[in-house]
Design a protein around this ligand. Structure first.
Ligand code: GDP
Length: 303
């Protein structure tokens, strides 16, 4: 239901176009596929993924000898889910946490994508699962970033470890780890800077932060989540490429999916980068973070 609600823009655009298409072409023919291809591309599904999907659909139509276009919504949904998971197991990928000791989750991504908000939502989510959470204000670069994280810390009632603006992020994260350990906390959520104007510096800074985490806790960070803004479409895809080239990204949080009619970007990210989308942001409220589930997503689109 959360998916249905949060995806209303994509649903209104994508699903209604598919409905119109089915009404227009009663039979499944070449023209039907041509228009379907356009609809999928305009929903940001990504050219490669669209081509793969269209090929699969054509084969399925042949195999099942489908003539009537009204059956196509079901077949499209099925194939979207299949293509999303590829050879992987169909399971909701939750966080890989350290069960007996401190887990560290690093959040990376450019400014404005919703990193701070996601950390706040995630803190609440983990608290609801009975975990003790600490936040580390590792974005020492952007004016206001530390205060913003503190506001979230107060809102969800978890401690925030910070230094002053402009200080060394690796030192903040180091303190965050010591503090989380001394409190016996379960999870440390680390914010990082997101300026992309100086890519080399940013990536060096991230490597340094990672080295500190790895040194303090073997096996950490347990997750490095890249936060992307769904409303930026293909731009999100290129950000994902940049980050995954220079740092080990274990999963993606795709925010503001409620704010776009082009939710197909989920498919493009998964298929062109082979990084799982672990969570999606479906609004600004603390409860608007959902574990991603391709099945619920695709069926939410057509619901
Ligand atoms: P940061 O610079 O990456 O830390 O981004 P912020 O966390 O400050 O978020 C930027 C803006 O996006 C804020 O106004 C948030 O309320 C908003 N935002 C974050 N996530 C979502 C989401 O899932 N849906 C919507 N509609 N807005 C979001």
């Amino acid at each position: 239901d959360k998916f249905k609600e949060g995806l209303s823009k994509t649903r209104n655009s994508f699903a209604s176009k598919v409905n119109d298409l089915v009404a227009k072409y009663r039979t499944v023919d070449e023209e039907f596929f041509e228009e379907l291809e356009e609809i999928l591309i305009s929903a940001d599904v990504g050219v490669n993924t669209v081509m793969e999907l269209i090929d699969e659909l054509k084969m399925e139509v042949k195999r099942q000898n489908i003539k009537d276009s009204s059956r196509m919504k079901e077949v499209i949904s099925q194939k979207l889910v299949e293509i999303y998971y590829g050879d992987d197991e169909e399971e909701i990928e939750e966080l890989q946490l350290n069960e007996d000791g401190l887990s560290v989750i690093l959040f990376v991504g450019v400014n404005g994508v919703g990193k701070t908000t996601t950390i706040g939502k995630m803190a609440q989510r983990l608290k609801d699962q009975g975990k003790n959470v600490v936040l580390a204000a590792g974005d020492t670069f952007r004016a206001g970033a530390i205060e913003q994280l503190e506001i979230w810390g107060q809102r969800v009632n978890v401690p925030v470890i910070k230094h002053s603006e402009g200080s060394d992020p690796a030192a903040v994260i180091y303190d965050g780890i010591q503090s989380a350990k001394s409190k016996g906390a379960d999870v440390l959520l680390c914010d990082t800077a997101g300026r992309l104007q100086n890519k080399v510096n940013l990536m060096n800074e991230l490597s340094k932060v990672k080295r500190v985490i790895e040194r303090e806790i073997p096996g950490a960070p347990h997750e490095s989540l890249l936060v992307l803004d769904a409303t930026t479409g293909q731009n999100a895809l290129s950000q994902a490429k940049t980050f995954s080239e220079s740092t080990n990204v274990s999963g993606i949080v795709l925010t503001k999916l409620d704010g776009t009619a082009k939710g197909g970007i989920v498919m493009a990210i998964r298929n062109e980068l082979d990084i799982p989308v672990k969570y999606v942001g479906l609004g600004e409220k603390v409860t608007d973070l959902q574990a991603f589930d391709a099945h619920a997503f695709v069926y939410g689109l057509f619901a």
